[in-house]
Design a protein around this ligand. Structure first.
Ligand code: ADP
Length: 648
């Protein structure tokens, strides 16, 4: 007989670190390892059941899908077995072995430079590395598995010390058994060999799992006499009975009234790889032209891969309780891609193809209803619990704003969900409705300003006249904001107006007289304005007198329409596209002392260095305050230094 070959392999560095973290963790919630293992077993059963639909041979008569728990008090072990799809040697190595899976890597990427602590552990689940949580409670973890249709089984074992062994074994039954040699109960503060504890955990985390979770239960019973009556004074005898610990009713099929919030939350965490509770749950049933039940969750945190290309939107699709598809993307519009959940509808067959789904009228109707439901739920949250809504907004607001910009049809649906910081109050977000309701009668526009943060926009010279007027200004800090606002154009018949564009029209209706005065002044100052423009040739498109400045000498604004500075930046960062350039208009404050000095210099020595340097310095100032890059910082510094020396 050939000698048994046991191979010892090393975990990849990241996996090692992860294991180390698990083993030394004092995570009080260590019981979740059971949830993770049951959920893996249930996935493995889904897979074989699904395969069995088209390939009957693969089941080999074993279609009694189940999960079994076994406690062995003598050996101090707890094992979890399933007759699911199992794993081949290659899959064992790939899934729980040497390969640092993308989730593990992403986890460490995120955790870089941070000390690991309890809160890091809270995040582990969402990275799809639940299996390793077994090491929180075990000294040794053994996996024995036989892949469907294969002859040779595989045994994997590790003490979590950086190495693991694999070997081929004989295994009669298809599926996987995971055996945990539990740590001492004092060390982990939990007794996972206690049958009642296990029963409680299954009820708590895994009640609705679609397959029976069975366990042998020992019960003490008094013996019965021949007539079946209990003999009261006899000694109790211990009997073993197999119990199914979960009710197996899919959560979404239960009556809403009978479901506790905690159950929804556990279901969510179990099924959607998140360790945080969702902010909201929508459970809805429809009957009529289309029939379906939807269970929808709004997560509380942006998932780690949300902004990567790999992030897939979608909801799970079930047909009469049976799992059909993990990510049915047709069910969600892009701007709701953060939403998780499932739809169960008898209108779809189990092996429906993606192509047919894409064109399904029913699916389109369900998707429309789901979208409507989510939006009305968010609206309700906004109305009833503003704090919760703001928290949600901080995580996912950008996605909704992107929806306005990228999808013209969704504009009207989303506009009432928008909230912004404004000049009205610090640390609060306001809806457009609220802004408009506070507008004084003479205010014509909804003003907005774009920038990096509150301090930045509040110090912009363009804000001065608005501050004086006490007009509220929307603060736009996200790249997408300005695009969304421009797409909206107006709200409740009030047009949006950027503080950095064109005429702010702060004086209500322009009277003929005012207009004339302005024009005259502009004419009067034409020669100096032209001279400044001449000095800044190629850098700016226009120089004019400003009505928005109060105490600052200069600012840069862009044209009334077209590309703004923020958009220009966005375009150039997006695809290095230099084609979209904003018009640069330099506005000078005729009331400022610098303006009269400038006029003086120009009068005395229009071609002198000083006038030219002043023009450059003013332009640079305007760039700096706008947060734009100076074309030549060294030149600016040298001119400024000269000025400082000369003014002494
Ligand atoms: P996740 O389940 O989030 O993918 P885990 O670390 O829990 O991450 O599991 C890693 C992988 O190992 C799973 O994706 C699956 O392919 C495989 N696996 C785990 N448990 C089982 C099992 N009981 N049967 C078959 N495959 C399993």
């Amino acid at each position: 007989m050939a000698e048994k070959k046991i191979e010892t392999r090393e975990f990849k560095t990241e996996t090692k670190k992860l294991l180390d973290l698990m083993i030394h963790s004092v995570y009080t919630n260590n019981e979740i390892f059971l949830r993770e293992l049951i959920s893996n077993a249930s996935d493995a059963l889904d897979k074989i059941r699904f395969k069995g639909l088209t390939d009957n041979d693969i089941l080999k008569g074993d279609s009694d899908f189940r999960i079994r728990l076994e406690v062995d008090k003598d050996n101090g072990t707890l094992s979890i077995s399933d007759n699911g799809i199992g794993m081949t040697m290659a899959e064992v190595n790939e899934n729980i072995g040497t390969i640092a899976r993308s989730g593990t890597l992403a986890f460490f990427e995120k955790m870089k430079n941070k000390d690991f602590d309890k809160s890091s552990l809270d995040m582990i689940g969402q990275f799809g590395i639940g299996f390793y949580s077994t090491f929180m409670v075990s000294d040794t973890v053994t996996v024995e598995t036989l892949a469907a249709g294969k002859k040779k089984g595989v045994k994997w074992e590790s003490t979590g010390d950086g190495k693991y062994t694999v070997e081929h074994i004989k295994k009669a039954e298809r599926g996987t058994t995971i055996t945990l040699k539990l740590k001492k109960k004092e060390d982990i503060d939990n007794d996972f060999m206690d049958q009642y504890k296990i029963q409680e955990l299954i009820k708590k985390y895994s009640d609705y799992i679609r397959y029976p979770i069975e366990m042998d239960f020992s019960v003490e019973e008094k013996p019965k006499d021949e007539e079946g009556k209990i003999i009261e004074d006899a000694e109790s005898i211990t009997k073993i009975e197999t119990r199914t610990l979960n009710s197996m009713v899919p959560l979404w099929e239960k009556n809403k009234k009978d479901i506790k919030e905690e159950e929804y939350f556990q279901f969510y965490k179990n099924n959607f790889h998140d360790w945080s509770d969702p902010v909201d749950v929508i459970h809805t049933k429809a009957e009529g032209t289309v029939e379906y039940t939807a269970l929808i969750f709004i997560p509380s945190k942006v998932p780690f891969d949300f902004y990567t290309e790999g992030f897939e939107k979608g909801m799970q699709l079930y047909s009469k309780r049976v799992f059909v598809m993990e990510k049915c993307k047709e069910l969600l519009p892009d701007y709701l891609k953060f939403v998780k959940g499932l739809v169960d509808s008898p209108d779809f067959s189990l092996n429906i193809s993606r192509e047919i789904l894409q064109h399904s009228r029913q699916l389109k109707i369900i998707a429309k209803n789901v979208e409507k439901k989510i939006l009305s739920d968010l609206k309700k949250m906004m109305k009833d619990d503003r704090k919760k809504y703001d928290e949600f907004w901080k995580e996912f607001g950008v996605a909704l704003k992107t929806g306005i910009y990228t999808n013209f049809e969704s504009k009207d649906k989303l506009v009432n969900l928008l909230v912004f910081e404004t000049s009205y109050k610090v640390d609060e977000l306001f809806a457009l409705e609220e802004y408009v309701s506070r507008m004084p009668e003479d205010q014509k526009y909804i003003y907005y300003v774009c920038g990096k943060d509150r301090a930045g926009v509040e110090s912009l010279p363009q804000m001065e006249a608005l501050k004086e007027k006490k007009y509220e200004v929307l603060y736009l800090f996200d790249r997408v904001d300005e695009f969304a606002i421009e797409r909206l154009m107006e709200f409740k018949d009030k047009k949006f107006k950027s503080v950095s564009r064109g005429d702010l029209e702060l004086d209500g209706e322009e009277t003929e007289e005012k207009k004339k005065n302005k024009e005259e002044l502009q004419k009067e100052k034409k020669s100096i304005l032209d001279a400044v423009k001449g000095k800044l040739e190629g850098k700016i498109t226009e120089v004019r007198l400003s009505s928005r400045l109060k105490s600052s000498p200069v600012c840069l604004v862009c044209g009334d329409s077209g590309v703004s500075f923020g958009m220009e930046k966005a375009f150039s960062e997006m695809n290095n596209n230099q084609m979209f350039k904003a018009d640069r208009i330099l506005e000078l404050n005729p009331e400022h002392k610098i303006f009269s000095i400038l006029e003086d210099l120009h009068e005395k020595e229009p071609e002198g260095d000083r006038f030219s340097n002043y023009c450059d310095l003013l332009y640079s100032q305007a760039l700096i305050i706008e947060g734009m890059e100076l074309e030549n910082p060294a030149d600016f510094v040298s001119k400024l230094s000269d000025l400082m020396v000369n003014s002494k």
